[in-house]
Design a protein around this ligand. Sequence first.
Ligand SMILES: Cc1ncc(COP(=O)(O)O)c(C=O)c1O
Length: 413
Amino acid sequence: MRGLENQPLTTAQQSEFLAFAQEDPRGSSFMVYNPSKLAGQISQWKDHLSWISPFYAMKSNPIEPLISDIAKNGLGFDCASKFEIKTALDLGTKPEHIVFSNSVKEEKDLEYALQNNVLMTTADTYDELVKIKSVSDKFKVLWRLSIKENNAEKLATIFSNKFGDDLESIEEADSRFKQISDMGIKLHGIHFHCGSGPDGSSTFSKAIEMAKSCIVLGRKYGHSMEVLNMGGGYPSGILPKNLIKDLKATENDPLGYKVMAEPGRYMSSNTCHLGFRILGKRVKSGKVCYHINDSLYHSFNCNLMDGVSFEKSTDQFYSSWENGKSSQVKKEDLTNGSIFGMTCDGYDIIANNINVPEMNVGDWIFMGGMGSYTYGPKSFFNGMNALERIFVYEGRQEAEIGAGEKEVLDAKF
Ligand SMILES: Cc1ncc(COP(=O)(O)O)c(C=O)c1O
């Protein structure tokens, strides 16, 4: 089934995913993590954005095999809480490779960060600076700017309504950095976070320009401004040429700052497939409706909070697997149907209009590109669980099935 990644499963994937399902045919939904997808994203980053140190935004997907691969590859972590900081430290991450990137923090979390030497953090209000200073003046604070998006409607989440300093003019910025200096605080750098969405933000160029002006202004008042943190907001999948061009404005900049970023979905989105099964089937208003063992309160929280929609998805593709053989379901065998979540909430409808084949209770379905903001936000609503099991895709059958299959997997890089 078409997920956010938009690629059909290879035969090798179908076979291995179904073997995972067979381990507990009546089990809850599960995730299949594919390490080679993460490796592809990391090498694409190194090839095109080598001067930008990536600090993975753990919130986008904190599953163990993924974050431990992130740590093994030497990436840093963007953490939003004590729990995430502890998780990163437990993986052996050096404290200086962690940014506590949450502009409004709990004091006890700041104390934990301090005890563990995690000193780089962000702020965007005077009150937060006072709070940080009350815990310690050792913190290295990055000042978060608010970024008004060029194409807000194309993004899943914009942040400027909630976070960031709304600096409207050079004069305002100048007086901000003077006042912070008068408070006895010297800023370590600038932070911004463009809006987030599967296609990424198109506002990096504007954000970088603002950040550079702030670096110049801030240094006038003794702020070291030695770091530029370009937050998240990168697309899942391929880095478009224009984005690389926009980001190049920070490469070898004579202003001489270190460049870092907090990519979340760029790293995690295409690393995971979601596997779920049909729990029930009914007809409503002449339409076939499938109840599945996942919900808007679980993996499909990305529909609610992350702007993802499978509505009106008439371009679905499916393969079916029978007697050890895969066959593509013909377009003419699809009908307009609905997919309902497993909770008792009448609002828990994953898609009202989506093309579906004839399926039966107990059938397993797989969707790609389900690695971001699916596992992290899942709840225990109705006492129901999802994604209790995470499998790692090994490509066991790929060698047996042949090299042609492998080409499909690697086609994006
Ligand atoms: C501070 C911060 N950094 C990074 C990210 C990751 O964003 P994305 O997944 O778009 O890369 C987020 C997401 O909410 C965030 O709040």
